[in-house]
Design a protein around this ligand. Sequence first.
Ligand SMILES: *Cc1c(COP(=O)(O)O)cnc(C)c1O
Length: 385
Amino acid sequence: MKSKIWLSSPHMSGREIEFVKEAFDANWVAPLGPNVDGFERDLCDYTGAKNAAALSSGTAAIHLAMILSDVGPGDFVICQSFTFSATANPIVYQGATPVFVDSEPETWNMDPALLEEAILKIRQRADKQGEIKTIVPVHLYGMPAKMNEILAIGERHGIPVIEDAAEALGSKYTGRPAGTFGKFSALSFNGNKIITTSGGGALLSDDEEMIRKARFLSTQARDNAPHYQHSHIGYNYRMSNIVAGIGRGQIQVLDERVKRRREINQWYRELLKDMPGVSFQTAPSDKHFSNHWLTAIVIDPETAGTDRETLRLALAEENIEARPLWKPMHLQPVFEKAPRFVNGVSESLFDNGLCLPSGSNLTDEELARIESVLTSLLPGSIEKR
Ligand SMILES: *Cc1c(COP(=O)(O)O)cnc(C)c1O
């Protein structure tokens, strides 16, 4: 069996171990310590966010953002449907109702026109106890959503935005780093993300008081007393000092990782450029700068001479991981009853889209293996060569 080629695997620089070793040497093996403080500073320096709380996961960051946005039973949260379930689950943790909004075809992210329609319709039908508390757009596969439009709609209707930037660290929109657009922004350092701490996340905000509260809630909400005393329900969501050490090493090479992911995206584009029926998730203008965390293509079965599943299985046969685009939340059995505002865009992307191996540590030999499968199935790509 040939060695496995992953969609996106951890890519260590070697510097991580020094920070981890420092933590061991000082016996800072706890969910606090100098690496946690240092990593939070690094995240602020990198993104320009004013405050950061390092947490155990991106999901925890989104959950705390929901709590701090006062999302509760009976409330509504408007959420991009085309995303990973971790964007939507915390809405339900809070007893609120997710309202799923479909994507526009350019960036594949939240459609501003449908967002506005959702706000107007939900406000008409919401009973007295229910309010739309927040809007959650996502930068899928690193491609920034149309944030100017989304933020303007939020502002016009008095609804703050939680930005799910879990896949988009290193991306920019209008020159401004992803992670700085929301009242709250969430990052993830899960094993498959552009940089990883093995597992982890962060909540960013310009509101210092809110980040202070996030740190408080994430460490069991302990009141200031010599004994354990609590006036709030707390969570065990803080990042550990060991894990933060990995993050400190990783963030030093983040720009290199972005550069390499973008090169790989470009490599796929060159390889498939004359292939009829294959298109890429593509920035609609230079306002959108994607880290290209994952290269995502869409295969039109009418013109490509093959289809997504055939291609995926041919790659799998060679022990190469590729994955269909994320299944929209409004099509998930668990969200069957959730209100939705859909236009068919994410459903069609899900039917025909494929994420290709995109790791910054892919070797030339691995790329050659991927190339040979793609060119054997997609005849147009051979002719060009
Ligand atoms: C990975 C991811 C998350 C969750 O992050 P975890 O750190 O895995 O909890 C949330 N949203 C999106 C879009 C993601 O891709």
